[in-house]
Write a protein that binds this ligand. Sequence first.
Ligand code: FES
Length: 571
Amino acid sequence: MTTLRSDAWYSGDDRNAYIHRAWMRRGVPSSAFEGRPQIAIANTASDLTPCNMHLTEVAKSVRDGVYEAGGIPLELPVVSLGETQVRPTAMLWRNMAAMATEEMLRANPIDGVVLLGGCDKTIPSLLMAAASVDIPAVVIPGGPMLTGTFRGRPLGCGTDVWRLSEEVRAGTLSQEDFVTSESATIRSKGHCNTMGTASTMGLLAEALGMVIPGTAGTPAPDARLLEASHAAGGLAVDLVASARRPSEVLTKASFHNAIVALGAIGGSTNAVVHLLAIAGRLGIDLTLEDFDRIGSRVPLLVDLAPAGRFLMDDLYRAGGLLAVLREVRDLLDPSAMTVTGRPLVDYLDDAAIWDEEVIRRREAPLLDEGGVAVLRGNLAPAGAVIKPAAASPHLLKHRGRAVVFESIEDFHARVDDPDLDIDAESVMVLRGCGPKGYPGMPEVSNMPLPKKLLAAGVRDVVRVCDGRMSGTAYGTVILHVAPEAAAGGPLALVRDGDWIELDVEARTLTLDVPEAELEARPSSPEAAAAYAAPRRGWERLYVDHVLQADTGADLDFLVGSSGSEVSRESH
Ligand code: FES
């Protein structure tokens, strides 16, 4: 009989084993503790994470699958993060959720785990946790919601909120109509239906090999999600039997494939920070340059909002991730394995495209280069990212004068000031939004345009920020500038009127101010003050230990793995 991790709690006749078993019995026969894998269902369902509420139902199917395969299912509620609800930003809590999940997986008598996530930060935090504990694990992405419609037009949740609110600001949509659209936006259970962060990370979890291939992107209300969940429960039991751990699935090869997938689906820029953080937990040498080297020239094949026309329901109908990956098979690393024990590329033979408008053929891509571009220069010495597919082509090479905002509050206070010295050529700079400065690196980088520019018909200008951008947003936005202003980055030195030069083709972002002058400039006092603000609890821990965006914004002491070993008894 295979030795199980949980045997350290349950086997034997001594007092400790008695206590561990007795408190778990509650009607369960003693055979439940005799060689049967104990499978946790790490569940991020929460009424305050509306995108994940349905995971309670999903968990029931997982339970059935675990039982049927001979395991014991144990539901483990873990920290959940509702992207739209949590202040000041869910990203502040991603590492906390990862740390809490990691510790609970390690502390409990668990042999394997099924990870249920959906909303933006939930899958990244679960993967970070599973990578650090390294017990057999499989992910079930909760899936996107169905497409809502408003006055005959489909609504991409997230993306169309930005569009409709811009129309209100521009005076082309009434406030009343805007509010009326609210109840049509979220049509069903599930996460955002655009190619935002939740959709991206669900699909990338599959590209990484951590999801049963063909499952990610199944709409949340679709019965096939429950069928896949049942199968994942059974697989978790098999994973324990074969001792297949995340560290065997999550390799440099699987991250390579995830980066290819990110480019082909036109996924969220947030995936860069999350993949770097997950890789960091495994000691995999993944860098910002890998995203540019592997991914930037991958053709964009999926025509989904925010940049495109369709929504996640359409992608699933059109063939899903496997159909996309089949088109870029030659770019994938064939050695990457999945949780099933078979290589990812094995699953591509049977994949097919059912709608070539939604998923383009390789020879007819939406864009030749769909991935994330990494910029460097004296304004971002450690790097910054831009998603060219979401940008305006005419701004990809641009030189303009800086209009600087010290914080998002400063931005809100002044953006619509008629006297703001700004025009279509300007470069909007927002600082104080990095991991330490905000703190938590919020999704504020896609600053709404000033009313006077909107009224003049301008719909995009170059924007530069040390924060992130919602995966459902769009525009010529340079993100994740590192080091951030609050960590002493040169972003803190920019002044109104400075020339900034962007050249995406050359991968440069330059502050055109003589070096000697920059050296003589004092840093923004607001940036320093934000960092030095008195804090306690998690914020204190976070600000003192968070790393910069170019390495994944994890906490310095959480990088790496502690494994699953717990040597001391509790009593
Ligand atoms: Fe949860 Fe968008 S708010 S996925």
